[in-house]
Design a protein. Structure first.
Length: 117
């Protein structure tokens, strides 16, 4: 059985969030927490919040035991981009893209596929 949690419109580029998602994918929950705790990346606290939510969904809604869980999938997709304009030389304007991402984490208690030991 699996449970998921997602966070939308997070103010970080999806490229930056994907780096940490690749590290915690297919890891046990305890190991994923420790990786996110020591990581210096900006996306680590954001992913920790979503991971907490996914574990809470698994234990409360599906009755799973948190010690048996592992991260089945962690993805960060691109969200809408906010375009902000700022002045440049000679009366021109330039565009600053403020990117957002949609973070989704799926936890499961069944070890199948690539995460099998």
């Amino acid at each position: 059985m699996e449970a998921k949690a997602s966070s939308k419109y997070v103010r970080i580029s999806s490229k930056k969030a994907k780096l940490v998602c690749e590290i915690i994918r297919y890891k046990p929950i305890s190991e994923a927490y420790s990786i996110l705790e020591i990581s210096s990346k900006k996306s680590a606290p954001l992913l920790r919040k979503v991971l907490n939510s996914a574990v809470a969904n698994a234990t409360q809604n599906h009755g799973m035991i948190s010690e048996n869980l592992y991260v089945k999938n962690a993805i960060a997709n691109e969200g809408p981009t906010m375009k902000r304009y700022f002045p440049r030389a000679k009366g021109r304007g330039d565009v600053k893209n403020k990117r957002t991402s949609i973070i989704e984490i799926i936890v499961s208690d069944e070890r199948k596929g690539r995460g099998k030991k």
